[in-house]
Design a protein around this ligand. Structure first.
Ligand code: PBE
Length: 272
């Protein structure tokens, strides 16, 4: 629709949507939203998760309008008053989950790790505890230790009856998205301190995260957002990986703005 508010907001933010790394699924979903909602005047800006949150922080300090690609769980929703723009055309899907994926043959080669990774499942609030601690300056390693100590019962459930191994090497891959920094560091902590593994957590881009597991170079990753966000990667690699199931349900991606942008409530409002 052609309302004045939408034209105003486009001008105010220079028709820019502040994105993250180009391999992220949310960048593909945003490109789809730009088509679905006829936002041909708009540009999706590439960057990184860290650059996006730095730009957001600056805008909020100056109470300026800004549109970002956002997702939950994320500490930014605790730190700032933000809202998702409604997405009536479902460009960002719904009922999204985070899955753990493993290389073929993991069950035979590392049955203890395999069973642990299958059991690993937590909530968005739980991940939020770790994410906020890291954002407040705790190192990811220390945040994982603190989480594991505070949630000892949960860690016991994940590791119950599993006999620790004697220093086997294990490779995890993840992307430097704040949510995945938290999950990967927790897995590394538990596998090293409760299950006797020596874990190498490789920080990579989204494409290599999938190809690493598909080729067998990497043992597993807790960072597959399905069914929509990583739909392209899943379509390409589903026969070369094993899906160990959801480690978190009820996650979400979309376009996000500060709540003080009261004139903009739906992606439809961005149409010029
Ligand atoms: N994210 C966070 C990722 C998955 C995790 C939503 C930024 C993405 O691929 O878009």
């Amino acid at each position: 629709d052609n309302n004045g508010a939408a034209n105003a907001v486009g001008k105010e933010v220079n028709y820019q949507i502040i994105g993250i790394d180009p391999g992220a699924g949310i960048m593909k979903s945003t490109a789809k939203a730009i088509k679905d909602y006829n936002l041909s005047d708009w540009n999706l800006i590439e960057g990184s998760g860290a650059a996006m949150t730095a730009t957001l922080d600056k805008a909020i300090k100056n109470e300026q309008p800004i549109i970002i690609t956002g997702w939950t769980p994320h500490w930014m929703f605790n730190k700032y008053d933000l809202k998702y723009l409604e997405d009536p055309k479902k460009s960002f899907g719904d009922a999204e989950e985070i899955h753990t994926i493993a290389r073929k043959g993991l069950k035979e080669d590392h049955p203890v790790a395999y069973e642990f990774l299958k059991r690993f499942k937590w909530t968005s609030d739980e991940m939020g505890e770790m994410m906020i601690a890291i954002q407040d300056g705790t190192s990811p390693e220390q945040a994982a230790k603190d989480y594991a100590e505070k949630h000892a019962d949960q860690i016991d459930e994940w590791t119950k009856g599993l006999t620790p191994v004697g220093g086997d090497a294990f490779k995890l891959s993840y992307v430097a998205w704040d949510s995945e920094i938290a999950s990967t560091n927790l897995l590394k902590y538990v596998m090293e301190n409760k299950l006797g593994y020596k874990v190498n957590a490789l920080q990579v881009e989204a494409g290599p995260m999938w190809t690493g597991v598909a080729s067998g170079d990497v043992d597993a990753s807790p960072a597959a957002w399905l069914p929509l966000t990583h739909a392209d990667y899943w379509a390409r690699y589903k026969d070369q990986v094993e899906d160990l199931g959801a480690n978190m349900t009820g996650v979400r991606t979309g376009l996000v703005v500060p709540k003080y942008m009261t004139d903009v409530n739906s992606i439809e409002d961005l149409e010029t």
